[in-house]
Design a protein around this ligand. Structure first.
Ligand SMILES: [Zn+2]
Length: 240
């Protein structure tokens, strides 16, 4: 299916290739993750300028030939996120968000919601770099799980449906579990449970904070959910 494709995209990764080219990993609303090559982009007089760096949100025209990679033929900036790049925490948060999207979704697995979630996260980190907290990174991952169809069950025991005495979290069961079902679970405090519910339910810009202990448990819940359902392990979000 050769021809030109117009799409928005976010640059997840940008790798040097050959003398002057770059291989790009892009996330797009309609096609999901796609690989593309930008030829001559590292030459100082490239018509692409610096617009194909990670975290750029761009309007693209891509040429689709017979190869695996599409070829970038034009780029316009939608959002460059310059302030994000000046703050180490925000830069780290943006890198982790892009890495999570790149790892959770395969090529040709489009989720328009994921595109907008990532665009919102980058815009938030650019607008308010101080938002790059551990709680924000976890809220982003939870919303990513929701978009991927792996959101943990939080309303009742994922094994037996019991609505009370929820004491643990089990990635294998797919969510919180009650005291009777907690064999394969780890303890989940009420505060961590409340954080998971609030982070899933509220916009990113209003995502809640919690104590380090609760965030630690929430992170473990997210990691185990990903490991169990998507069979992948993300880097811990790490920062406080
Ligand atoms: Zn149960």
């Amino acid at each position: 299916m050769a021809g030109s494709v117009k799409t928005e995209g976010i640059v997840l990764r940008s790798l040097r290739y050959g003398e002057a080219d770059r291989i790009l990993h892009l996330y797009t609303p309609d096609r999901g993750r796609v690989g593309a090559i930008a030829k001559g982009v590292r030459r100082s007089r490239s018509r692409f300028g610096g617009r194909l760096e990670p975290f750029f949100r761009v309007d693209l025209v891509l040429y689709e030939g017979r190869g695996d990679l599409l070829t970038v033929t034009s780029v316009e900036t939608v959002a460059a996120h310059p302030r994000l790049r000046e703050d180490a925490g925000a830069l780290d948060g943006a890198a982790r968000a892009c890495e999570a999207v790149a790892r959770v979704f395969d090529d040709g697995d489009p989720h328009a919601g994921v595109y907008h979630l990532l665009a919102n996260q980058l815009a938030l980190l650019d607008r308010e770099p101080a938002r790059a907290t551990r709680a924000n990174a976890l809220a982003f991952r939870l919303k990513l799980l929701l978009a991927a169809g792996f959101a943990p069950q939080l309303a009742g025991c994922a094994s037996c449906g019991e609505g009370e005495h929820l004491a643990g979290f089990s990635g294998a069961a797919g969510g919180v579990v009650c005291a009777a079902c907690e064999a394969s679970a780890f303890p989940l405090d009420q505060e961590a449970h409340d954080f998971l519910v609030a982070a899933l339910g509220q916009p990113l810009a209003e995502s809640p904070d919690a104590s380090p202990r609760a965030l630690q448990q929430a992170e473990r819940a997210i990691l185990e959910t990903l490991e169990h359902h998507a069979h992948l392990r993300l880097r811990p979000v790490g920062r406080g």
